[in-house]
Each structure stands twice: as structure tokens, then as C-alpha cells.
Design a protein around this ligand. Structure first.
Ligand SMILES: Nc1ncnc2c1ncn2[C@@H]1O[C@H](COP(=O)(O)OP(=O)(O)OP(=O)(O)O)[C@@H](O)[C@H]1O
Ligand SMILES: [Mg+2]
Length: 226
């Protein structure tokens, strides 16, 4: 996360922003977006990328922004803990609830990780039952605020495929392994327990995960032998 700083929204460096005239705190500058906090609100602003061809950049930012807004409101209707959406005013900015709390990537190992991992699994199960694939399930995209809140739905999409669900879990498994190496094995087992308890197609998804991982290993081996 970038260092917190303050700016007036009409002073954005590339001039691409026309956020409301208010003092907002820049809380994060990720690969894709700048994130500002304005009291209880969070504004995610997907700024222009000059290294991309303009037409492609506009399209990509627009698609991810609309997708994120659509999926956020769907999931909230399904009862999942995600920030409430207030608006998606053009093809670039989303306003949602600011969720106070710690990013799970920073605290999981120190907290009651078994309980949290079970909850994560159950919530992914609920998401998949509603045919939504997160697309970037890492603990940086989860905030602990009493419950676990999921954020960052820019890569999410709707799918009925067991394969897509298995890949979603595979991404989480890799994220746990790299970021939470002390607890990842038991942590992921607990995620799976929670997932199987909720996901309607849980068994098929877990079987597919085995295939997905075999394929991954095969690809890695092939790469090494080139
Ligand atoms: N609704 C929210 N409430 C509180 N904090 C948030 C919220 N949304 C995002 N954040 C904070 O901003 C960070 C980046 O947000 P997000 O993951 O949506 O954007 P990103 O472009 O993917 O950034 P990155 O490349 O860093 O992952 C999050 O990890 C989190 O710390
Ligand atoms: Mg993110």
C-alpha cells in the first residue's frame, strides 16, 4: 500500500480525474487504480495508463469498472460481505463503503486463522453458488472487519463452469502458500472444509482442482526443459 497523502481531487497529476471537490486521502495506489478515502466512502479511480493504446485503455478500464460495480451489487444482494456500492458514475470511478479494518494479508497469521480460513471457504462457496468467480482471490483482496470482506472485483466474472471455480481456489492456494507460508497447508485445508460445507458443486470443484494443479506442474516441467 502506498504512503497515505492528501490531495484535492481536482489536483490529480494526470488531469484525468474530475472527482468531487473534496479533500480525500489517497490510501492506495495499486497497479490499476488509485484509491481514495473520503470519510466513510472509498473511491476507486482507474486512471488512464499512458503506456496502453488509448482505445484499448479506455475499453479495459471501462470494462473492469462496470464489471466490478455490477458484481459488487449482485453479491451484496446475495448476502455476501462486500462493500456497499453507491455509484459508478462513468467508466472509470466507483464509490463504495470504506471498510475499516486490516488487510488479511497483513494479519491472518497472527489472528484466529483457522476460524478465518473456514469463513473464507464458506464465503467462496456462496459466491460460486451464485456463479461468480472472483478472479483474484488473494488475502490482499480481503479485509478483516469483524467478518471477512471481499474486495477488488475488477477481474471477476460470471460462470457456471467447475473449471473456473477450481482455478479461483487454485489462485487462493498459491496466495496462501507464498504469503502465509507458516500456516498455508492447514489454512488451505480449512478453507476447503468451509467450501465443501457450502458449495453446491464442492466435490466436483475439488476433483477439478487436482486436474488443474497437475496441468500446472506439467507446464512448469515443460518450461524447465526448454
Ligand atoms: N472498500 C474498501 N474499504 C477499505 N479499503 C479498501 C477498499 N477497497 C480497497 N481498499 C484498499 O485499497 C487496496 C487496493 O484496492 P484494490 O485491491 O481494489 O485495487 P487494486 O488496483 O487491485 O490494487 P492492488 O494492485 O494494490 O491490488 C486494498 O488492498 C485495500 O487496502
Ligand atoms: Mg487488489
Amino acid at each position: 500500500m502506498g504512503e497515505a497523502s492528501e490531495l484535492r481531487s481536482d489536483e490529480s497529476a494526470d488531469g484525468s480525474s474530475n472527482l468531487p471537490r473534496a479533500i480525500m486521502k489517497l490510501i492506495s495506489q495499486g497497479a490499476e487504480a488509485k484509491l481514495y478515502q473520503d470519510k466513510k466512502l472509498l473511491i476507486k479511480d482507474r486512471t488512464k495508463k499512458s503506456y496502453r493504446i488509448k482505445e484499448i485503455d479506455d475499453k479495459l478500464r471501462g470494462r473492469r469498472t462496470r464489471r466490478e460495480a455490477k458484481i459488487l451489487s449482485k453479491l451484496r444482494n446475495f448476502g455476501l460481505a462486500v462493500p456497499k456500492l453507491y455509484g459508478c458514475d462513468d467508466a472509470q470511478k466507483i464509490t463504495m463503503d470504506f471498510i475499516p479494518g486490516d488487510r488479511l494479508s497483513e494479519v491472518l497469521d497472527k489472528k484466529d486463522w483457522k476460524k478465518i480460513c473456514k469463513e473464507i471457504g464458506e464465503k467462496i462457496g456462496l459466491m460460486h453458488n451464485n456463479h461468480i468467480i472472483h478472479g483474484d482471490l488473494t488475502t490482499s483482496n480481503m479485509i478483516l472487519h469483524k467478518d471477512v470482506y471481499f474486495i477488488d472485483f475488477g477481474l471477476s466474472y460470471e460462470s457456471f463452469k467447475v473449471e473456473d471455480m477450481a482455478v479461483d481456489l487454485h489462485i487462493l492456494k498459491q496466495a496462501l502458500e507464498s504469503k502465509h507460508w507458516k500456516i498455508w497447508e492447514k489454512g488451505f485445508d480449512t478453507v476447503v472444509k468451509g467450501y465443501l460445507g457450502k458449495a453446491e458443486q464442492g466435490k466436483e470443484v475439488m476433483e477439478r482442482l487436482v486436474t488443474v494443479e497437475k496441468r500446472g506442474r506439467y507446464k512448469q516441467k515443460a518450461k524447465k526443459s526448454i
